[in-house]
Design a protein around this ligand. Structure first.
Ligand code: TXA
Ligand code: MG
Length: 322
């Protein structure tokens, strides 16, 4: 079995660049979630990503760039508004879909004529890209399972199968980037993230948000590795009722909620944060922990802003009844 090295970013960056240039796949931290990257032009290396993840070839990969101006490396007919967006939001948790150029292999774009690009807000990843190549990179998890927010999560799934994880600690944002399609007549959000429609409307006159039911493959259709039940509760009382019922039926339930509600809850609970930003940051890692001990998840209905909506969208994709 291959030995997987885990190195702090500053220690491992040179080696990571060499590996990428040699056609290997390397995992790295970004501000959103960890990615599994390869030279976007190296078809065999990109193919390995699909194999490692068990990802269907119909699902395209985001190309990560060192800076917005490098968009011309991969895209044609880039609209002006892209550079406006870049001025405000790049580097950052925003992926933008553009018309691809001929350097982007079909395997990266899943045989479409578009390419999604993103400039991650992580100094070492941008440096890595500069030292090697733009990186085609999905989240570093097995296809349709929960995205990783730490190097340990990545190791859990890929130890012995990739040569290196660049360890950048816990991801700050914790949920996947906002995915914005600029090839449609009206810019369209295909996946909500921490960068909300309201924030984007500083730059865009009109934005459409596609209702997720129209979009099955968005890179956040999370699954647990075991069969678990997920239910959303609108209040602590409702959570308690569901909790007691679940216990009676022989489940091991747990309530995932704001810190404040956890303190008052009469049962086992997991406090995921006191603000929606904290909840987004902690949610995936708490789910991974909880999955080891519980089989029935009661999730508080997080509310109050668009980040809460992005979190609830991920909850829905866990198969929640809501
Ligand atoms: O935050 C993120 O975006 C993370 C980090 C690593 O950058 N990456 C990520 O990649 O979440 P992934 O592959 O797990 O999710 C990206 C989603 C995919 O589900 C894919 O369907 C969609 O973006 N996508 C990529 N390229 C596309 C394209 N050309 N057209 C439409 N959708 C695209
Ligand atoms: Mg993904």
């Amino acid at each position: 079995m291959l030995k997987t090295l885990v190195l702090r970013e500053e220690k491992g960056i040179k080696q990571a660049a060499e590996l990428i240039l040699n056609g290997e796949v390397v995992a790295f931290a970004t501000e959103t979630v960890y990615g599994l990257g390869a030279d976007y032009k190296n078809i065999e290396a990109v193919e390995r990503i699909f194999k490692l993840k068990g990802r269907p070839h119909s699902n395209p990969l985001i190309v990560h760039l060192a800076k917005p101006e490098d968009v011309h490396l991969v895209a044609d007919d880039v609209p002006k508004v892209f550079f406006e967006l870049a001025k405000h939001f790049m580097p950052g948790p925003l992926s933008v879909i553009l018309k691809k150029n001929s350097t982007v292999p079909d395997i990266v774009s899943a045989n479409t004529n578009t390419v999604a690009i993103r400039v991650p807000n992580n100094y070492y990843v941008r440096k890595l890209i500069e030292l090697s190549s733009p990186l085609a990179a999905p989240s570093a998890n097995k296809s349709s399972f929960i995205s990783p927010t730490s190097a340990e999560h990545v190791l859990g799934e890929f130890e012995g199968r990739i040569p290196l994880v660049l360890d950048g600690g816990e991801c700050n944002v914790g949920i996947e980037s906002t995915l914005l399609d600029l090839t449609t007549a009206t810019p369209t959000i295909l996946r909500q993230g921490s960068l909300s429609p309201k924030m984007l409307s500083k730059v865009l006159d009109a934005i459409k948000v596609v209702q997720p039911k129209d979009n099955l493959s968005l890179g956040c259709e999370n699954k647990f590795s075991l069969v678990c039940k997920v239910v959303v509760a609108s209040s602590a009382d409702e959570a308690k009722r569901i909790y007691d019922e679940a216990k009676k039926e022989g489940f091991k339930p747990v309530y995932l909620c704001y810190d404040e509600q956890a303190k008052a809850f009469d049962g086992v609970s997991i406090a995921v944060g006191s603000t929606n930003n904290e909840v987004a940051k902690n949610f995936y890692s708490q789910l991974r922990l909880a999955e080891q001990n519980f089989d029935f998840f009661i999730v508080q209905k997080f509310t109050g802003d668009e980040i809460a909506q992005s979190i609830m969208e991920r909850v829905r994709r866990l198969g929640a009844e809501m």
